[in-house]
Design a protein around this ligand. Sequence first.
Ligand code: G3I
Length: 335
Amino acid sequence: PEKGLKDYYKDYFPIGVAVNPRMVQPGPEADLIKAQFNSMTPENAMKMGPIHPEENRYNWTDADAIADFAQQNNIKLRGHTLCWHNQTPRWLFTDTEGKTVSREVLLARLKRHITDVMGRYKGKIYAWDVVNEAVPDTGTSLYRKSKFYEIIGEDYIEKAFEYAHEADPSAQLFYNDYNTENASKRERIYQILKKLTDKKVPIHGVGLQGHWSIYEPTAQELQASIDKFASLGLKVQITELDLSVYPKEHERRQRRDTDKSEFTEAMREKQVAQYKMIFDVFRKNRDKLTGVTFWNLSDRYSWLDNFPVPGRKDYPLLFDEKGQPKKAYEGVVKF
Ligand code: G3I
């Protein structure tokens, strides 16, 4: 068989991919996963809403299908995610009369959720995104004003890590966030993680999501993020990598770019160069980086097709809509 990403990077770090349950059914997508990747993350199937739709009912079907596929094909599995303000089930924050629950009740619910989900996949999932996106994008506040924060207080984060460590003492526990190359947000994430490591809360790593574009980050920004979090003694992983071909709004303003739409040849070339650059940085940091995961398999489908502009097709990955390697793939594997 031909070499895949996982083979080119075998001396560096595992290369992962976000999957949905459809992709692990026999077919070309499952074949592409097996040929190229040695790590997987469920894109949605293990989030609280999908997996725990009612207080006394779990829906394990999709998550099990993904976990079984990983095990059968000797692919490492990351769990995503145990405590996040998005995609939460309807019942979580209220009682049967619709009143907001107390701190004690929400902590008990969180603990039970973490214990049950991690317990089911014990030994099958080597790393978990325990808390996801707890820090706001702008402002000076360290904590996003989520329901978890408002009902429990800032210690919901350490509680989640403690419950997770109890549920599976051998799992690697991660804090995961995006926009970590923004100096202000990076600093605020760092402050929270520093409090946790100072208090000896069981946290082992930080996930830099890596929802970037062909214009950002720079090599310097990326290196600064990796160094800053590694300095806390935490492992670093790139957990949700994709490079949108469109500029993010603030970059568009900076570059006074008025072109809002068409995917051009110039963008394709820029993406090749950007992918090459970031993987150069990743390889240089092999002692600090323990994984790089793409957020979706191919340009056939990406969450970016509906974000930030609904229905605008994006081309953020290394495989095209037919699952063929793009030119950017060559840039990543030839080094
Ligand atoms: O499954 C339901 C379906 O039953 C329903 O009919 C349909 C109608 O809208 O929605 C389907 O759910 C969608 C789900 O993706 C599965 O396709 C949700 O609406 C949609 O909101 C959800 O989007 C996911 C998003 O997280 C939610 O915030 C994306 O797929 C997923 O890629 C994205 O992933 C996140 C990471 O978890 C955390 N970091 C950022 C990243 C990108 O936003």
